[in-house]
Design a protein around this ligand. Structure first.
Ligand code: SAM
Length: 290
């Protein structure tokens, strides 16, 4: 796996937990004024998980543009939507390799889904055509510069929705004496260039808020943390994968004591195996009205 790329398997596995964690911030706002959000653009869309969640919540848009720079992920979206809509009250038709048409069979409302393989940095000129700009599970990768550009004053009367923003809080129970040490190193490790300039990691939420305030935008925030048990296979497997992500991130760096890391990892794995591990990974959803 190339650096800073996300595997389809990981994004598919996390979709279930993301769906359980997403707050009702956007749903409430759309219910207040459904006409204001017609066209959406999802930057760093991965496999299209955010749009599937929207459809499951009965949020409908006339057009959804999904953008990601990873061709493998973009190429998987059509098939995943077909599978997701199967046996639901929708018809899905392929218009061409980059466009699908979804019809709601009750209301007969139609939605265009377009996919584009493109870097977010080169996609900002598209934002103006859309009412809602979504960035899901992405804020910690962003730099100050790209956040300032995303929240630029030239984008008026838009919603910018940063969902599942990692806030740096990782809690395991039962507690292990090295949890704090490892989480601290992991959060430090996240602050490196992830393609946008130096990533803000856990500090992105504070920075987004400060720019929104500076530009006098309406800012709302809600909790959307993962809460994962280990008493079923799905929770167990997800916790193990998350542990491995932390191990992989830290095992070759210059700042983490490798003996502590190994000991911590094996103790945490034992807890998962014995069905008594609970994991909370802190996230927030942020809705900004420009
Ligand atoms: C953690 S995943 C989140 C995926 C999706 N938004 C979700 O909620 O499941 C981050 C996504 O951002 C994409 N990404 C990262 N940097 C990007 C860039 N500069 N341009 C386009 N996509 C990018 C990755 O390919 C990946 O799909």
């Amino acid at each position: 796996m190339e650096k800073h790329k996300f595997s389809k398997a990981w994004l598919t596995e996390r979709e279930f937990f993301d769906n359980q964690s997403r707050s009702n911030l956007l749903i409430k706002e759309i219910k207040k004024d459904s006409r204001s959000i017609n066209k959406i653009i999802d930057l760093g869309c991965g496999t299209g998980s955010f749009l599937r969640w929207c459809i499951a919540q009965k949020l409908s848009f006339s057009e959804a543009m999904l953008i990601d720079f990873d061709r493998r992920l973009i190429n998987s979206i059509g098939m995943l939507f077909r599978r997701f809509l199967k046996n639901k009250n929708y018809a899905i038709k392929k218009v061409n390799a980059r466009e699908y048409l979804v019809t709601n069979l009750s209301s007969l409302g139609k939605s265009k889904i377009l996919f584009l393989k493109k870097n977010i940095i080169n996609s900002l000129d598209k934002i103006d055509r859309y009412d809602l700009v979504s960035l899901s599970a992405l804020s910690d990768l962003l730099s100050k510069n790209i956040i300032r550009r995303l929240l630029s004053k030239t984008y008026r009367n838009k919603y910018i929705y940063f969902s599942l923003c990692f806030n740096g809080k990782i809690r395991w129970s039962p507690v292990n004496e090295f949890d704090k040490y490892v989480i601290n190193k992991f959060n430090k490790h996240q602050i490196q260039d992830k393609g946008f300039g130096i990533a803000l990691g856990e500090n992105s939420i504070r920075y987004i808020e400060s720019i929104a305030n500076k530009n006098s935008y309406v800012y709302t925030k809600k909790d959307s943390s993962w809460k994962i048990n280990s008493f079923n296979i799905q929770g167990k497997s997800f916790q193990e994968k998350y542990l491995k992500i932390i191990l992989t991130a830290l095992k070759n760096d210059d700042i983490t004591d490798k003996d502590i890391l190994k000991l911590w990892f094996s103790k945490r794995m034992q807890s998962i195996k014995h069905i008594k591990s609970k994991l909370i990974v802190g996230h927030n959803d942020i809705l900004i009205k420009t």
